[in-house]
Every structure is written in C-alpha cells, then in structure tokens.
Design a binder for this molecule. Structure first.
Ligand code: PMV
Length: 368
C-alpha cells in the first residue's frame, strides 16, 4: 500500500505562529463499514452522503516551541490543549493524543508546535450523532493548511487526499468527511481511484433525483452508547458471518453505484434499508451480542413503511451505530415528508428533537 506518498519529503520552512479554522461535515453511510484491520483498514468498501448542516468548526492555533524546548525531551511529545464549546476538555485528550501518535510519521512538524484546538459542533451536544467523523476531519484539514504553509506547492487534490488519509487514522468514517456529495472509502473494482487509505469522491455522474437528497435525523436516544464502535468493529474479528458480510457489502457498493447513476429510488430504498438492518444484525449476532436500537427506533421504522405504502413515497431510513434514525427522501417530497415527520414521528424522539439536513459538499475553510 502506498503510504509513502504521504510522507513529508521536502525541506520545511520555519513558521512561528499560524492559525486555521475549518468547518467539516458529518456523513451518513449508505453502504456501511463495520469491521477493520490495523491500521484502520476497512474490511469492505463503503459509501456515504456528506451532510450539510451537521458539522464541526475547529480552529487550531500553532505556536512554534522555543528552541530550548525543541532540543530537549519535550521535542518528542506532541503538545496540545483542547477546548470544546469554550471549555477545556481533558477527557477528550487521550483519543486525540492517540491520533497525533498515529499521524506523526506523516506530519513530523506537529512535534515542533504547541497546538491549541478549539472545537464546536452544529448539532446538539450528546445528541447521539457521532462527532468523531467531523471532529477528526476538521483537525486533519487544519494540519494540512499548516503543511501547505510549511512546504512547497501542495495541490488541493493532494491536500484533500492526505487530509482524508490522516482523518482515517483517527476514525475510519472520518475519511469520508472531507469532500462531498458522495464519498467512497475502501478499494473497490468498480470505483476508479478508490483506496483503503483514503476516501474519494464518487466518480460517476449521479442522477438528478439524488441531488440535494434530504436527511432528517430523528434523535431517538441521546444517551451514551452501551457499546462503542471501536468495540463493535473488534467483534467482527470472531464473527461467524463476517466474511459473507464483507463480500455482500462490496457487492452492494457495486449495486449502489449503478442505482445512483440510474436514479432507481425503489432499488435505492431496498439497498439502504437492508444495509442499515444488516449492520444492526451484525451487532445482534456478535459475541457478546448487543442491541443499539431502541423501541422507538422500531416504531419509527414501521411508521415510515406505512407512510411509504400509503403515499407511494420514496422515503426510507438508515441507521448508524446507534438508536437515531436518518430519514432519507428526495427533495421533491420535502414539504409533505416534513409535515409527516412533525406530526407522526417527532413524538418518538427524545424531547421531540430532530435535525433537518441534506446532502452537502465537504470541508470549508473559514477565514477569521
Ligand atoms: O468510524 P467509526 O469507527 O466510528 O465507525 C463507524 C461505522 C458506522 O457509522 C456504523 C458505519 C459507517 O460506515 O459510517
């Protein structure tokens, strides 16, 4: 695997201070990634819609360490402070410290700086929406902005590729949170340029029906998940159905590619819902087994099925590793479906909370 391309080879400039702010999105997988090998290599390819409204905004301030510090032991330690929504968050530090350790070989310059990371999410705190994808991709983009300032010309294409590569080392699905509207991560014979190391934009022309696709996220359970996705991925190692699942997911990605190009919403619904339920079936058949859906998750799914049949709608659902339900539908149905959600589904949500979102286009630099 060609990780060599991400090493810094040129002589770096000396920059004393720098500050960059990036807004990066969350994403929702249509064909799911569940199961990996070291270092964060997916067992199958996955594809996701990039979201528009659910995002993280992160500023990283870089201050070059004093020369005396650079010569001493502290040279080997990545120095950073972390603030989330204005408050120092030392409990988030171990995950980010691990991330910096994993990327150090590719970003050797981080050791020369003291970094202050300030992060905030657009979605409510502890809403059960995974913030690791948007959170890690935002830090990755800030690092790449610094790298661009330190080294000779870097193309935007390379910056996106390396940011996705770095983000992946923090959280697999974060590799799909740099670009949009559709990103594939994982080597797949039908997706040119695809790689296990980074996400790539879906390379084919997408049918108009999937443009500006809507995603309303129903917040069913905002509590802490009983089983983290790190543990869930690990349980796929001994899983009796793992090999078939990886094969099926890769086949499904091939089917999804065709569906997205041809615009067949019936096939889309079938595949997306099957992927969501298969992901949760893998959880339920792990050893130890676990269930992340809640009774209201199932109530909502049934209501969606009733509505679809009665209204001849193209509405469908998907799930990530939690109880929340993502309701997907074409833009042309927006008015009617939003009414249905408010009237029939919001009552199943924690505090009646849900988030309107739609497909988005990826990371944005914010100039301060
Ligand atoms: O990126 P991780 O390690 O949090 O795994 C996320 C996996 C799912 O969200 C369940 C599926 C996916 O492809 O995003």
């Amino acid at each position: 695997m060609n990780t060599e391309q991400f090493l810094v080879k040129s002589q770096l400039k000396k920059v004393d201070t720098a500050s960059f702010t990036w807004q990066t999105p969350s994403n929702i997988a249509l064909v799911k990634y569940w199961g990996k090998s070291n270092p964060q290599i997916p067992k199958n390819a996955s594809i996701s819609f990039t979201l528009n409204n659910c995002h993280t905004i992160t500023t990283v301030d870089f201050v070059r360490k004093q020369h005396s510090k650079l010569d001493s032991e502290s040279q080997k330690v990545v120095a950073f402070n972390l603030f989330f929504e204005g408050k120092q968050k030392d409990e988030f530090k171990p995950k980010i410290a691990d991330f910096f350790d994993r990327i150090q070989a590719y970003c050797p310059y981080i050791i020369e700086y003291e970094m202050t990371i300030n992060s905030e999410n657009s979605f409510p705190h502890s809403s059960g929406i995974a913030s690791s994808a948007s959170g890690l991709s935002a830090i990755a983009m800030c690092l790449m902005s610094l790298e661009k300032e330190l080294s000779a010309e870097l193309s935007t294409e390379f910056i996106h590729k390396k940011a996705s590569f770095l983000a992946r080392l923090g959280s697999g699905s974060a590799s799909r949170s740099i670009e949009g509207p559709l990103v594939v991560w994982g080597k797949h014979p039908e997706i040119e340029g695809s790689s296990d190391l980074f996400g790539v934009q879906f390379p084919h022309k997408v049918h108009a029906v999937f443009e500006n696709y809507q995603d309303v996220i129903l917040l069913v359970d905002k509590g802490e998940k009983q089983v983290s996705s790190t543990v869930g991925h690990k349980l796929m190692h001994e899983h009796p159905y793992a090999e078939n699942r990886f094969k099926q997911a890769n086949e499904n990605l091939g089917k999804m590619s065709k569906i997205l190009q041809e615009g067949n919403t019936k096939d889309f619904i079938n595949l997306v819902e099957s992927e969501a339920l298969t992901l949760h079936a893998m959880m339920m058949t792990s050893n130890p087994y676990f269930i992340l859906m809640k009774p209201n998750t199932l109530e909502i799914i049934n209501k969606i099925w009733e509505y679809r049949a009665a209204e001849n709608s193209a509405i469908c659902f998907t799930l990530d590793a939690g109880a929340n339900v993502h309701v997907l539908f074409p833009e042309r149905e927006k008015k009617k479906v939003n009414k249905f959600i408010k009237k029939e589904l919001s009552g199943y949500c924690d505090n009646n909370q849900y988030i309107y979102d739609s497909v988005g286009f990826g990371a944005k630099r914010i100039l301060k």
